[in-house]
Design a protein around this ligand. Structure first.
Ligand code: 4FV
Length: 221
């Protein structure tokens, strides 16, 4: 999979995407990730990417020209151009699964008060928000999406099954899990998990996942 990111803060991407599973996926050629600096698509001495909103109002907006030039430079036929903004549909596991099947993803991360509307109208195939809160810029949302999508790429996770047996994979929250020691500070692991009776264990886990989802996220049911 190829992911290109357009951002005003390329430095923010150094670190989170150079560790663990993402690092291995890049080294194994499962993910071809490139970060692009929006100011590289400007032509004036001040490398201007923003301007005041027509009609007045607080703050600045991202100008259309640098973003159009960047997308026209980086996008191919099969590219899915995704804007990151609080006005987007809320990102979730189902969307991550879909995006993991895309050949080429171009993530456009916002800043200031947002994008000139013509970027949204003409360039965006999709617009995603990682949650109903306002961040300083779209770099973290881009990293969140890259992380959630990359781990779903075949071969990215050591044990493929883990991607199938996790929260949201069946629309439910995950069941409680335990590892050794079987007793810790008087807290015992549920006997059913020590029974070796896999049918009973599966039944218990399904009950627990439903109960936890009912309690914490009835909206998922
Ligand atoms: C955001 C979000 C987000 C809004 C103003 C960047 C900031 C600035 N992006 N999910 N929540 N973006 O808060 O995606 O443009």
């Amino acid at each position: 999979m190829k992911i290109d990111v357009l951002t005003l803060f390329p430095g923010m991407f150094a670190g989170p995407l150079d560790e663990s599973i993402i690092k291995r996926a890049r080294a194994a050629g499962l993910l071809d990730l490139k970060i692009h600096y929006l100011r590289d698509y400007t032509h004036d001495r001040h490398k201007t990417v923003d301007d005041r909103p027509f009609g007045g109002g607080p703050g600045m907006l991202l100008k259309p020209e640098p973003i159009f030039e960047a997308v026209e430079d980086l996008a191919r036929e099969d590219t899915r151009v995704v804007l990151l903004s609080p006005a987007g549909r809320t990102f979730n596991q189902a969307i991550a699964v879909k995006l993991a099947q895309v050949e080429h993803l171009l993530l456009v991360s916002g800043h200031y008060e947002g994008f000139d509307e013509r970027v949204r109208e003409r360039l965006a195939d999709d617009e995603l928000s990682i949650g109903d809160y306002v961040l300083t810029n779209g770099a973290l949302p881009a990293m969140v999406i890259i992380d959630a999508v990359t781990r779903l790429l075949p071969g990215a996770l050591g044990d493929e099954t883990s991607a199938h047996e996790e929260s949201f994979s069946h629309g439910l929250l995950e069941y409680p899990q335990y590892t050794r020691p079987a007793e810790f500070r008087g807290m015992k692991v549920p006997d059913v998990l020590l029974s070796g009776n896999h049918a009973e264990i599966a039944k218990w886990r399904a009950e627990q996942a439903r109960r936890r989802t009912q309690e914490r996220r009835p909206d998922l049911l």
